[in-house]
Design a protein around this ligand. Structure first.
Ligand SMILES: Cc1cc2nc3c(=O)[nH]c(=O)nc-3n(C[C@H](O)[C@H](O)[C@H](O)COP(=O)(O)OP(=O)(O)OC[C@H]3O[C@@H](n4cnc5c(N)ncnc54)[C@H](O)[C@@H]3O)c2cc1C
Ligand code: SF4
Length: 475
């Protein structure tokens, strides 16, 4: 423990954000990492708890108290080693993780949690700046070949782990660039894509082969993988969006968030798009209150929408959680994202009844208020209202992976259509088909980047054990 009295002396320090009026002018990141001195004070607040609830709250079990102490002592180089021992890509999680570790931090019971995510962000940024992040090239090769379908955080984490123990890994990606939803879902203002490109370079130096524009089940047959590789990992994510089949759904201007967001990321990457869907001078209504919806709000504001409204079916959660009831678990409470701060009307307990159009284009939404009684949604009588809407973005989550590839591989699925595979025991991550494994959203359903990294790492260990009989990779 760095400073015994640190938690009493220092307040939590939040990272500085570039103000909304400035950051809305571009798509660049706007969260500035802590200075060395701020990070030191933040590290000093850690109490090095006997039971570090932060570590158990973190899906990849980051060894948080150790790097807090190292940063208090300004030993940055050792801190990145400890951080990398559990997390392949701290520059992703240090930017976009919701930080369940902080919800679980003991200080969070009656004070503000240690700013764990901000310390992680500062450590990895310094590591890249100082050229401490090097390829870890395996000195011996196993002559085993592994194909990974999908280059999101699950596929990338699995690929890096397996290449580092000497396997020949090829990642197949149907899109034209690597990264999954990190590349074509999450906007650049939350995470610039150079962070992915740098990792791809590192992984290529470690021996990973990336193949883009390879759609397994479309332009590449699944048998090509099963015949030519010793193991296959399915890491294709959960791409099937939840629809809203109400009258008017077919109108122009009503679309899935994922028809809108990737286009802007492509434009930021330098692609020339014909007929980009723009929110400029439009009344935008985002339906769905999660991360995807919030990203639509931030992108619409950068397009200079006339107005942005976000509907959520559920009631507004409390501003503060009852810590005695929920700590150290993830609390249900009102979350205001940086995109909300940039400008957005949020409306709760609202159901969309229909879309009204003119000349085939959406013009209005008809909605109504709802109440929740005994877990059931009931419409409030006479509560219907209309709202102008020239662009409606459906961001109500994802129901399952795309099914076609799974059917072609013939793997069993669970009730929700995800690939069926457990995470425990000797058959961890293996599907119903010999030598085919699954990890990330394709197995667990729509989730978080940090869970995808966890599954990729654990699946890599399972594949290594399957191929070699034993494994030195962490569980
Ligand atoms: C808009 C949006 C914002 C989000 N924001 C956050 C956030 O702020 N923080 C957070 O933690 N999580 C966030 N998430 C969730 C997070 O991005 C996902 O949980 C995570 O990326 C899942 O990782 P994955 O590797 O399992 O799948 P994905 O990232 O979905 O990657 C799967 C990859 O597989 C490829 N693929 C699929 N089928 C095939 C095929 N047949 N052939 C070849 N390739 C294929 C896809 O093209 C894709 O590149 C967000 C999600 C969205 C949609
Ligand atoms: S729970 Fe909080 S105070 Fe305790 S070890 Fe983890 S970060 Fe430090």
């Amino acid at each position: 423990m760095g400073k015994v009295t640190g938690f009493m002396e220092f307040d939590r320090i939040s990272e500085q954000n570039i103000p909304p009026q400035e950051r809305l002018k571009n798509y660049k990141e706007f969260v500035l990492h802590l200075s060395d001195d701020e990070a030191k004070k933040q590290g000093a607040r850690c109490m090095d708890c006997g039971i570090p609830f932060c570590t158990t709250g973190c899906p990849i079990n980051n060894i948080i108290p150790d790097w807090n102490d190292l940063i208090y002592n300004q030993n940055w180089e050792e801190a990145i080693e400890v951080l990398h021992s559990t997390n392949n890509f701290p520059e992703f999680t240090g930017r976009i993780c919701p930080a369940p570790c902080e919800a679980a931090c003991t200080l969070n019971i009656n004070d503000d949690a240690v700013g764990i995510k901000s310390i992680e962000h500062a450590i990895i940024d310094k590591a890249w700046e100082n050229n401490w992040v090097k390829p870890l090239i395996s000195t011996s090769k196993t002559n085993k070949k592994i194909a990974i379908v999908g280059s999101g955080p699950a596929g990338m984490a699995a690929a890096q782990q397996l290449a580092r123990v000497g396997h020949a890994v090829t990642v197949y990606e149907k899109n034209d660039r690597i990264g999954g939803l990190l590349r074509y879902g999450i906007p650049d203002f939350k995470m610039e894509k150079t962070h992915i490109d740098r990792r791809v370079k590192q992984m290529e130096a470690e021996g990973v082969v990336f193949k883009v524009n390879q759609n397994i089940g479309e332009n590449v047959k699944p048998e090509e993988l099963t015949n030519n590789y010793d193991a296959v990992i399915l890491a294709g994510g959960a791409e099937h969006p939840r629809d809203l089949p109400v009258p008017g759904r077919e109108l122009n201007g009503v679309m899935f968030a994922m028809d809108f967001l990737p286009q802007q990321n492509k434009v930021v990457a330098g692609d020339k798009l014909q007929n980009q869907i723009l929110a400029t001078d439009k009344h935008v209504v985002v339906i769905g209150g999660g991360d995807t919806g919030s990203d639509c709000v931030g992108t619409s504001n950068r397009h200079h929408a006339t107005s942005v409204t976000q509907f959520e079916l559920m009631p507004q959660p409390p501003v503060k959680e009852n810590k005695e009831m929920v700590w150290p678990n993830w609390p249900l409470k009102l979350r205001t994202s940086s995109s909300h701060e940039e400008g957005c009307e949020r409306d709760w307990s609202v159901t969309t009844k229909s879309f009204v159009g003119e000349n085939g284009k959406v013009k209005e939404i008809i909605a109504a208020r709802v109440e929740w009684k005994d877990g059931k949604m009931v419409e409030v009588p006479n509560s219907e209202f209309t709202l102008k809407a020239d662009l409606v973005l459906l961001a109500m989550g994802f129901v399952s992976p795309q099914q076609k590839m799974l059917d072609l591989f013939g793997v069993d699925k669970d009730q929700r259509g995800n690939v069926k595979a457990s995470t425990e025991g000797k058959d961890a991550y293996i599907t119903s088909k010999a030598k085919i494994f699954a990890a990330g959203d394709i197995r667990r359903g729509q989730s978080l980047v940090v869970w995808a990294i966890r599954e990729g790492r654990q699946c890599a260990r399972a594949v290594d054990e399957f191929l070699m009989g034993t494994s030195t990779l962490p569980r």
